[in-house]
Design a protein around this ligand. Structure first.
Ligand code: SAH
Length: 346
């Protein structure tokens, strides 16, 4: 592959139209190519059969289509599918299809590796290698949509940015990908069916509020006590809870969207009454929902899932304070596809 050629999918529709005009061709050819690239997910110029042979060759001479390739696909006994996806430069990211009775959710990656340092997460152990481009995020969604149609006889219904990486550290590209996913010229999905999960980057949460985004926000909180949170998510020393909370208040004031917190309860770390009380206090400023997620062990047993009593206590106290709680069981554990397990073991 020649690296001097430009990735055609980095061009906007207007830039494609301008390109054709610069070649003494009609601007609407740009629209045709755009449709092939996005709506039809063409992997090659040859497929663009409404263009002449000469035009296809001319595109070939000037551009590449850096499409992702599903390198390996693993299917779990519970219907979960994990794709190891190869990017044009050989790096690998993972995405997961999670089926339930009524929906199919795609869990997609936003970075190769991760810039943050959560001590319980397998992805954090890979350093951040690079951000994904908008088309690389979009392609993961298309691949899962195709698999959903093939193996579950229905299109993809939801998307969560809970794969590898911190989406708010690759904000512009994530936003561009979501624009394509929700546009009628892309997949036409509703932004209400998309959740962006962040470990909590205050300044970017405010930016999202200012940008008036329509997708949903989830925050990986795991503790509402600074010392505890910093011990398991060291970047909390840089973005302490007070800053996070202020950003979330700003988000809520602008969007009026309920805030979802993701929360794992670990033995000896955050399984005491004082941890629950701090969480209740933290949630008070806006309607909140807490998703208690099961811990998926990644190694030596430094972190252990708390016992059921602790989780029941969380549920009871939160509910008594009118905070919605869901307890989520992990899916796809047998293929290392569950939360925090994405680390290219293959
Ligand atoms: N960087 C983003 C999205 C990726 S992680 C974020 O932090 O939100 C998706 C969720 O899985 C987060 O809530 C994360 O805290 C959680 N997680 C990470 N490692 C985990 C593990 N080993 N077991 C269970 N959940 C984990």
């Amino acid at each position: 592959m020649s690296t001097s050629k430009k990735d055609i999918r980095a061009l906007t529709k207007e830039q494609l139209r301008d390109f054709f005009v610069s070649q003494n061709d009609k601007a609407f050819r740009g629209n045709q190519v755009y449709e092939w690239l996005w709506q039809k997910s063409a992997h090659s110029f040859e497929e663009m059969t409404n263009l002449s042979k000469e035009t296809r060759q001319m595109l070939e001479d000037n551009f590449v289509i850096n499409h992702i390739r599903v390198d390996t696909m693993q299917r779990s006994s519970d219907g979960t599918i994990k794709n190891a996806v190869q990017l044009h430069d050989g790096l690998i990211v993972e995405s997961v299809l999670i089926p339930t009775k009524t929906r199919t959710t795609a869990c997609v990656s936003s970075q190769v590796g991760c810039s943050l340092d959560c001590r319980f997460c397998a992805t954090a152990r890979l350093k951040r290698m690079r951000n994904l481009n908008p088309d690389e995020i979009y392609d993961q969604v298309v691949a899962i949509d195709n698999e959903s149609r093939l193996y579950h006889n229905r299109p993809l219904s939801n998307i969560v940015f809970m794969g590898m990486g911190e989406p708010l550290m690759n904000y512009n590209n994530v936003l561009k990908a979501i624009d394509k996913i929700t546009s009628d010229e892309g997949l036409g999905m509703s932004p209400k069916r998309i959740v962006v999960s962040t470990s909590g980057v205050p300044k970017m949460i405010k930016k999202m509020a200012d940008d008036n985004v329509k997708f949903k926000l989830a925050v990986s909180l795991h503790s509402a006590i600074d010392e505890v949170r910093t011990s398991i998510m060291p970047f909390n020393a840089t973005f302490p809870l007070a800053d996070l909370r202020e950003a979330l208040e700003y988000w809520y004031a602008k969007t009026k969207n309920r805030i979802t917190y993701e929360y794992v309860v670990w033995k000896g770390i955050n399984d005491k009454k004082k941890d629950i009380d701090a969480l209740v206090q933290f949630c008070k400023f806006a309607p909140s929902k807490v998703n208690i997620i099961e811990y998926n062990p990644i190694d030596d047993g430094e972190f252990q899932q708390a016992n059921t009593n602790a989780i029941d206590m969380y549920k009871n106290v939160l509910e008594a304070n009118n905070i919605t709680v869901t307890i989520r069981r992990s899916r796809g554990k047998d293929i290392d596809a569950a939360c925090g397990q994405l680390a290219n073991k293959s």
